[in-house]
Write a protein that binds this ligand. Structure first.
Ligand code: HEC
Ligand code: HEC
Length: 213
């Protein structure tokens, strides 16, 4: 319960930070240029798809992902805060402006509609996604990632809908095992994943990958 009220305070705090930034510095904040980003993202296409829809289950789709989240992940991967060894050579030379441009490009792409899922597993997963697991302190995913799975772009809460199941399973497991630790000092996702068993992760990932928004 204490964790849940902490979460709602955190979400409120995030949205007020966003409001303050938007009202105080709208003109001079650096912006991404999606058109320039398309050219700069050419080297990413082999793994993430030309339009950001990856066809390989352990390489995430980036199409339609929130810009703020993308900028943060590319910076974290570049700095080594998030360890993605296969990407090191591709992001090392990117400037801050390149990262903004590439993120604007992917954010503007249309996510592919994914296929059918195992209905019984997805039903169990939907329960976790919409209601959490109160007995193990797991909050509802929909509170931050939205009921549709489209996320909350302004707050940097990523879009999950239609993402490859295998990639989702890896991320949730990595958060739980402390192998992905770039979710901030508040440990948001490590805190969430702590209460999830392998079976829960499999079910909730099944459900998420079938969300079509
Ligand atoms: C050799 C394949 C490969 C190339 C090339 C590559 N990536 Fe990746 N990328 C990956 C893999 C694999 C992951 C997921 C790693 C993990 O499981 O955490 C990833 C993760 C990401 C993520 C995090 C996505 C999320 O949902 O959190 C972003 C953003 C990203 N890549 C952007 C890029 C950009 C921009 C480029 C080009 C400059 C690029 N990648 C090139 C393989 C690649
Ligand atoms: C309090 C808000 C909050 C809640 C509740 C929450 N998440 Fe997250 N989630 C986040 C944030 C913020 C990130 C991005 C962390 C970062 O910056 O690396 C994230 C990242 C993720 C990622 C990685 C996405 C990617 O593209 O790599 C997955 C998967 C995920 N969450 C699944 C879930 C699931 C499943 C639940 C419910 C069991 C859940 N989340 C509950 C805020 C939340």
């Amino acid at each position: 319960m204490r964790f849940l009220s902490f979460l709602s305070v955190f979400v409120l705090a995030c949205s007020s930070i966003v409001t303050v930034q938007a009202s105080e510095a709208p003109v001079e904040a650096p912006r991404g240029d999606a058109k320039a980003g398309q050219t700069k993202a050419a080297t990413c296409a082999a793994c993430h798809g030309a339009d950001g829809n990856s066809v390989t289950p352990d390489q995430p789709s980036l199409a339609g992902q929130g810009e703020r989240y993308l900028v943060k992940q590319i910076q974290d991967i570049k700095s080594g805060k998030r360890n993605v060894a296969v990407m090191t050579g591709f992001v090392a030379g990117l400037s801050d402006q390149d990262i903004l441009d590439i993120s604007a490009f992917y954010a503007a792409q249309t996510p592919a509609v994914t296929g059918a899922t195992d209905a019984e597993k997805a039903r169990i997963g939907e329960q976790i996604y919409r209601a959490g697991l109160a007995s193990r302190g797991v909050p509802a995913c929909s509170g931050c990632h939205a009921p549709t799975g489209e996320g909350l772009a302004a707050a940097g809460f990523p879009r999950l809908a239609g993402q490859h199941k295998k990639y989702i399973v890896t991320q949730l497991t990595n958060f739980r095992e402390e192998m992905r630790t770039n979710d901030g000092d508040t440990r948001i996702m490590r805190g969430v994943a702590e209460g999830l068993s392998n079976r829960d992760i499999d079910a909730v990932a099944e459900f998420i990958s079938g969300l079509k928004k």
